[in-house]
Design a protein around this ligand. Structure first.
Ligand code: PXG
Length: 459
């Protein structure tokens, strides 16, 4: 289809009719969007024939890599057999049953029940309704408040955007909704001055306790966090943080929720990010890597305690037309099975992940304006800073990141700027040679970026 029109025509029609997410429409339309036409493995091609290394796995989701014909074959077979049926009124279908069994096998023990959605945002909104319903059933209907974190990201629906801590989202549309409050993120580099990371981890966890006490433990339903904040710029909490948060949640009878939309399905080298940090959530939300982005599907993994509580309440009046969609479920099943049976997640943990992390630190540790070089598995980042010794950031957060991101783009490497954090999360099937290529190009780009910063008087 893409060959029927020229790039200029695609751009013109896109500008005329397509509203893009998180985009200043006028400025995009002046520039024209980049038209992506095909993909294979870790590479994309645009309509001009450029081959682009996708250092972001799409939007942190194409864990299995592009171009897996076995997944498209499964989709076709399922569409031919049963393209759609719902799971509302006492019906089910083989695709959703098979997927549910497989997910309960790859999940930690005690997560044997799964509720389906179509996206991460819907998973988060589903989770919000579940935890509130849980406390209703338990006879504590006043326990309604959820605690999220500043700079956390939980999606774009009204619930997800409220729970997330992106103030530029809250500013549009009177968010957060009532019953959602935030605590500061566990970002040692910025907030942990004078403390070791481990000391800071405990201090940051105690912010959760302070908020619980401020709201009143009898009113707090849940604390929700990404094991590693993704869209917030790959903020990896110190190892002391999550165990202390878990202890606090147990002490005050507050449900603990991990948002695994980015960390889930192997990104950190574990199946789920909470396993890396050694804590046990009561529920966790997923999407993205569940189907590697081949079709939209999300899932909430409900721990036994909450599943039991919800069951005691009879009907849970929530669900989507496409909850457990057969084609999405069949593709997710094939994807998860391949992640497991082809040893893709094991490789991230034991081989390509450690290789990436070693090379990443060697490559970026020496730059004058790059600091906090960090990562685990195949999620990594560094921060562009004005002064390393003082941990001093640039004054207009995001300005330098955008300059750097545009340089990457020109060099046909996709990395994401989250403010001045430069982040990468490639498909989990990336080879060592491709990691070398990614890092080689990125180093060139950062050299160019530092040069531009000097020329333009930023440093
Ligand atoms: N939770 C987390 C942790 C996420 O990262 C969502 C929920 C929402 O998922 P959906 O499928 O509704 O988008 C996300 C999504 C970025 C970026 O620019 C990150 C996300 C989505 C879009 C862009 O880093 N994460």
């Amino acid at each position: 289809m893409q060959n029927e029109r020229t790039t200029a025509q695609w751009r013109e029609l896109d500008a005329a009719h397509h509203l893009h997410p998180f985009t200043d429409t006028e400025s995009l339309n002046q520039q024209g969007a980049r038209v992506i036409t095909k993909a294979d493995g870790v590479f994309l091609w645009d309509s001009e024939g450029n081959k682009i290394l996708d250092g972001m796995a799409g939007l942190w989701c194409v864990n299995i890599g592009y171009g897996r014909k076995d997944l498209s074959d499964v989709a076709k077979r399922q569409m031919d057999e049963l393209a759609y049926y719902n799971t509302f009124f006492k019906t089910t279908h083989p695709a959703v049953v098979e997927l549910s069994q497989l997910l309960s096998e790859v999940a930690p023990k005690g997560f044997s029940r799964i509720f389906y959605t179509n996206s991460g945002s819907e998973s988060v909104d589903t989770m919000i309704r579940m935890v509130r319903r849980y406390w209703d059933v338990k006879g504590q209907p006043q326990k309604k408040t959820l605690i999220g974190r500043w700079n956390g990201y939980h999606g774009s629906t009204i619930g997800g955007a409220s729970l997330g801590g992106m103030s530029y989202m809250h500013e549009q549309g009177d968010l957060p909704i009532p019953g959602i409050v935030h605590v500061e993120q566990p970002w040692w580099y910025q907030y942990g001055k004078g403390m070791t990371p481990d000391e800071f981890g405990v201090v940051a966890a105690r912010w959760v306790e302070e908020k619980i006490l401020e709201v009143g433990p009898d009113k707090v339903a849940a604390f929700v966090g990404e094991p590693i904040q993704g869209a917030g710029g790959v903020i990896i909490p110190p190892s002391t943080y999550w165990p202390e948060v878990e202890r606090i949640c147990r002490q005050y009878d507050v449900l603990l929720v991990a948002d695994e939309v980015i960390c889930g399905f192997g990104r950190t080298g574990e199946w789920f990010g909470h396993q890396l940090f050694g804590f046990r959530p009561d529920l966790f939300t997923t999407a993205k890597g569940l189907s590697s982005g081949y079709l939209p599907i999300g899932a909430v993994f409900v721990g036994d305690k909450v599943a039991q509580g919800l069951a005691e309440g009879g009907d849970f009046n929530h669900g989507f037309t496409y909850s457990g969609h057969p084609v999405a479920a069949a593709v997710a099943h094939a994807n998860v099975k391949a992640l497991r049976d082809e040893g893709i997640i094991d490789r991230v943990k034991n081989d390509t992940g450690p290789y990436m992390q070693r090379r990443w630190r060697e490559a970026f540790g020496g730059f004058e304006h790059v600091d906090d070089v960090r990562g685990v598995g195949l999620i990594q980042a560094f921060t562009l800073v004005k002064n390393k010794a003082k941990h001093e950031l640039f004054p207009h957060w995001g300005e330098v990141g955008t300059i750097c991101r545009d340089i990457f783009f020109r060099h046909n490497l996709i990395m994401r700027a989250c403010g001045d954090h430069m982040v990468s999360a490639p498909p989990l099937v990336i080879s060592k040679a491709e990691i070398d290529q990614l890092i080689g190009t990125a180093v060139q780009c950062v050299e160019e970026c530092e040069q531009v910063l000097r020329e333009r008087g930023f440093v």
